[in-house]
Structure formats: C-alpha cells, structure tokens
Design a protein around this ligand. Structure first.
Ligand code: GTR
Length: 414
C-alpha cells in the first residue's frame, strides 16, 4: 500500500531529515489562551479538555450526540477451543434508534487456563474476525470487505477461504499463554473503509432529521471506529471473566490512529498501543516527512472530518500536533512502535511525539524517556509513561511487536 502511495506522490514526499522544515510545536503546558498549567489538576480540568476538544473539532471529528442505544447479545460461547487453550465468545453489539438498526460483532478469546478475570487486548482488524485465526469456530461476517486476490476475497465478500489469512498479525495462542484475553472487531462491520459520503455502516444512525452526511466538524471513519471500541469496552465491563480495569487498546496503521483516538477519548482504557500508525496517528504532522496531511486527506477523504482539510499543505497553521494526542493518554502507559522500512509513517516523527508528550506525564511525577535520540533498531525503550521501539522490517505487525507489547503490559499494566 505504501509503495503505491510513494510512487503516486513522489514529487512531494520528503524522507530527508535535513529537509524537515523549521517548525514550532505548540506548548503542551500553555493553554490556547496563554495560561500556564503547573499541576495535574489544572491539566485535567483545563488543558486536557481543550486539547481533546481541538482534536475533535479540527481533525477526527466530534461525536454526534444523537442518541443510539447499544445492546449486547452473546451469540456464541464455546469453551476449550484452539486445542483447549481458549474460551471463545462472540458478542453482537446492536446499535439502534428510530433511524434503524446496525450490528457489529466482537470476537473475544480468553485464556482457558486462567481462572480469574484477565487483562485484555482490544483492537480492530482489516478483513474480518475470521482472518485472525484459522479456527472454524469463528463466524464469517456479511459486511463489505476489500477485494484482495492474495486472501481470496472477491466481490467484496468473504468466505471460508480467507480464514486465518491475517494470523501472522494476531498470535492468539501466544497472547493467551501469557494470561491475556484478546478482543477484536472487524472495522468494516462499523464503517466500510471507502469514501461513500457515509451512506453505509453505522454513520446514518447518527443523522438528525434531514441530514445526509456528517457536518464539517463531525466524525469520519476513524472517529466512529474509535467510538465503537469504547462500546466494546462497555461490553467488556459486563463480562466477569475480563479485568475491565486492564483493557489495552491496540491498533495497526489506520487502526493505530484509531486506537490512539479511542485511548485519548476514553480514559477507561488502561494502556494504549500504536503500531506503525504514522500520519494522523503518532507521527508529528509539522515535520512533513513521508505521508502528509494533504496526501492523507486526498487519499482517504473519509478518515478525518472536513475541517482537517484546512491544513492540507498548511501544517504550519495547525494549532496542535500529535504529541498533544499522546499527552491525552497521561498518566496511562502508551506504547508507540515503528518499523525501519516504514518511512511513509515517519518513524522519527512517531518517536518524537511520545518524547514531546513527556511534560504531561511529568505532572504525575512519572518517569519519561530520557533522551531525544530515537532508540536503535530492535532496542525497545520502555518507561512507565511512553515506550517505543523501532524494529527491522516493513509496515506490519509481527511476533516481535507482540513480544514487546506483552513484556510492557506485564510490567506496567498487569
Ligand atoms: C496507507 C496510509 C497510511 C496507513 C496505511 C494502513 O495507505 O497512507 O496512513 O494508514 O495505509 O492503514 O495500512
């Protein structure tokens, strides 16, 4: 995907550190009205809400207040699957109001060998819950899916042939063996990932009478995906087998942007993982390295709100940058991961946003990354606030990434 984008936009894409423009990041601990923030209480009551608000209004979009009811229905409950190591549940999240009804399915694996409530990693996937593991116990979805000859997905529908095609990104048994559960939702169940002016998926349920698409400031796809992760967390809070104070939100790439936005808004998430989230995720926009605001808005007009297009080729005018998104995680631990060959996502910019989020964590007297130098390849740097690694290889989620996430979660969350 990124290779295609690079050739399409090669003229305007910069990968040269020497050509990064001079830029100034907005001060984290000074309000938009120039007041300084000196303690955690002022952070929480004044600065944090205004930062959250600016991301809502000018980038990811506001969440419409129009009420939607969410019901949970346990549709499958199987013990001792995956050779006995997992208990499996499928839970329908049923969204309804006078506009209609829409259903998405949460797949939850819990470690069969653990009695008590367990911490859970929760995230979204790109092709369907059935792609994360070959097990025939996982239901296929009926939603739109992106055609992919490699995965034998055509006519925008999935069938048995795509079972487990993305299992390399989701080492289920490995996660369970460490005492964690894993919950996943297929993002296409919430909003199919293409620009149709928000006619399909969950969006229309939120329209006021006469409204046909989100307003300039209302949410796009990332906004509604992130909101849905919180609805999955609502379910997890009702499940006695889940330690709901220890739910970690995880996502890769566009779904890493999503996990960050979910974690920023919903402080019930105990930890947040951004895997190769890049532009619009962990990478600083003002550096303009790799994918830029204009490129991402042109290629994916449905991800952010329309207001965000004002910053196309105009990053200087952004009153915020992504270090402020990371700061919204404080005091919860956040893990940002890059891949060396994933220059499109600007690994250096991903590191720096975590580094520049430190002042928020310091208000809680937490240990923060000690140097502005990025760690060496495959040398994770973990702290109780911001952790980071850059691994060798390409844009992907690997066993190596998960090994670090589990080590980190064992230390700071479990
Ligand atoms: C790319 C996009 C990135 C990233 C990636 C993905 O095409 O430019 O922002 O989100 O897709 O989600 O795999």
């Amino acid at each position: 995907m990124s290779l295609i984008s690079v050739s399409l936009y090669s003229q305007e894409v910069n990968y040269d550190e020497n050509k990064v423009p001079d830029f100034q990041l907005p001060e984290l601990l000074t309000t938009f009205h120039g007041k300084s923030i000196n303690d955690a209480s002022a952070w929480e009551s004044v600065r944090r809400p205004e930062i959250l608000n600016v991301f809502r209004e000018q980038m990811y979009g506001t969440n419409p207040v129009h009420q939607v009811e969410v019901d949970f229905k346990l549709v499958k409950n199987k013990e001792k699957v995956l050779d006995g190591v997992a208990d499996l549940k499928e839970i329908d999240l049923i969204f309804s109001n006078d506009q209609g009804k829409h259903t998405a399915r949460l797949l939850l694996f819990l470690p069969a060998h653990v009695e008590g409530p367990v911490p859970v990693f929760l995230g979204m996937n790109f092709y369907g819950n059935h792609t994360i593991h070959p097990s025939a116990s996982i239901s296929l979805h009926q939603s739109w899916a992106r055609d992919n000859p490699l995965f034998l997905i055509s006519d925008q529908k999935v069938d048995d042939r795509s079972r487990g095609v993305r299992s390399s990104r989701w080492p289920v048994e490995y996660i369970l063996s460490h005492g964690y559960g894993l919950g996943v939702i297929y993002y296409g169940d919430i909003d199919p990932d293409y620009d149709d002016e928000f006619q399909n998926g969950l969006h229309p349920l939120f329209y006021k009478k006469g409204q046909t698409k989100p307003t300039e400031k209302e949410w796009g796809s990332i906004g509604i995906w992130a909101w849905s992760l919180s609805r999955a967390l609502d379910y997890l809070e009702t499940d006695a087998k889940v330690d709901h104070d220890k739910v970690i939100v995880f996502g890769h790439s566009r779904l890493g942007k999503t996990s960050l936005w979910a974690g920023a808004q919903d402080q019930r998430f105990a930890g947040i993982i951004s895997n190769n989230s890049g532009c619009g995720g962990a990478a600083l926009s003002k550096r303009k390295v790799g994918e830029t605001v204009k490129i991402i808005n042109n290629a994916f007009p449905h991800w952010f709100n329309d207001y965000f297009t004002r910053f196309n080729n105009n990053e200087e005018e952004l009153p915020f940058d992504q270090h402020m998104l990371i700061s919204l995680m404080a005091p919860r631990p956040v893990y940002i991961a890059s891949a060396k060959d994933d220059e499109w996502a600007d690994p250096r910019g991903e590191y720096l946003s975590g580094y520049y989020a430190a002042p928020a964590y310091k208000l809680y007297n937490m240990q923060t990354p000690s140097t502005i130098k990025s760690p060496a390849i495959n040398q994770p740097r973990m702290t109780e606030s911001v952790s980071y690694h850059i691994r060798s290889g390409r844009h992907d989620v690997t066993r190596y990434d998960w090994a670090q996430y589990i080590r980190w979660a064992d230390k700071y969350i479990k």
